[in-house]
Design a protein around this ligand. Structure first.
Ligand code: ZN
Length: 315
């Protein structure tokens, strides 16, 4: 039995078919943020998912149901999106159009909560009880896991660390209404905009990372972003005292660059007390930018109270 995951991000939509043992049977990335009528968006995604299932010799619709992770604030109970930053989805029903198109039960979550499940059950945080998973993409959010369950706030906006203030002077204006937010300083959109100003053309975050090899100004952009992330995360780490911090999402790949990784390690040393550092591991997601889609596929089982990964055998 397998389930399907859909991860709506600011720059692409990711699709995954995931077996009960965590094996990713198929993965696909569709460029661009979803736009327009949601019935049409999900009809196109159904075709893509059905084709992936056919290639992997799997039945369709997915017998284990499906999950949708979205970069924004969602109401898990109703399956509605309240607001998103880069995606342009506001006050809309996501679950209804998804279930109509896919023909199976669909669970809806924030992308960072979904991503946390991938590493909690099958990745970098597998043995941990308490975890902060950071989805570092176009925007920045966190999935908080306590006692191996997702922690939820009343207003559905838990883990929105992208809107913690990391610049005390007047930073750039964030869409949330504040200035100096972590996301406006270190999110993928901010890094790409700074890279574009340095390189004189439109660039992606990975272009900036590549240019950083011989361009000190691009390297400084990455180091500053990593430093801001470390600064923004430290209050959350002190509050929750987790065993593991896992960094996922498309932008987290810049930490494969040793300079950016050093910047985050340095600021962790500077901004965390010894007692919080001693038991903490900080690692990259085992799933990279696939974590959101893989975790979304695990949502139906997590919400059903199951603990995927315990004594699983592939069927
Ligand atoms: Zn903000």
């Amino acid at each position: 039995m397998y389930s399907a995951g859909i991860d709506f991000g600011g720059s692409s939509t990711k699709l995954a078919l995931v077996g009960r043992d965590g094996r990713v049977h198929a993965f696909r990335r569709v460029a661009g943020a979803p736009g327009g009528d949601l019935d049409r968006v999900f009809a196109a995604l159904r075709e893509a998912l059905a084709a992936m299932a056919a290639e992997a010799l799997l039945e369709f619709p997915p017998p284990g149901g499906a999950g949708v992770g979205v970069a924004g604030i969602v109401d898990v109970a109703s399956g509605r999106v309240e607001t998103t930053g880069a995606l342009g989805m506001e006050e809309c029903d996501l679950r209804g159009p998804a279930e109509r198109a896919l023909g199976c039960r669909v669970a809806v979550e924030s992308d960072s909560n979904a991503g946390a499940l991938a590493d909690l059950y099958f990745g970098a945080a597998r043995g941990a009880d308490d975890v902060i998973y950071v989805s570092w993409g176009t925007g920045i959010g966190a999935g908080l896991v306590v006692g191996r369950r997702l922690l939820r706030g009343r207003g559905q906006a838990i883990g929105e660390i992208g809107h913690s203030r990391v610049v005390l002077e007047d930073g750039p204006r964030c869409y949330c209404g504040c200035r100096g937010c972590l996301e406006a300083e270190a999110g993928g959109a901010a890094i790409a905009a700074r890279g574009a100003a340095v390189l004189g053309r439109e660039v992606t975050v990975l272009d900036v990372a590549r240019a950083a090899e011989d361009n000190p100004a691009c390297l400084a952009i990455l180091e500053e972003a990593a430093a801001c992330l470390a600064r923004g995360l430290s209050p959350a780490i002190v509050l929750l005292n987790p065993q593991a911090v896992v960094l996922g999402g498309g932008v987290s790949r810049v930490l494969e660059r040793p300079e950016a990784r050093r910047a985050i390690d340095h600021h962790r040393e500077q901004s965390l007390p010894l007692f919080a550092r001693r038991t903490l591991t900080v690692s990259l997601s085992a799933f990279g930018d696939r974590a959101g889609a893989v975790g979304a596929a695990l949502l139906p089982r997590h919400l059903g109270g199951e603990e995927p990964g315990h004594g699983e055998r592939e069927d």
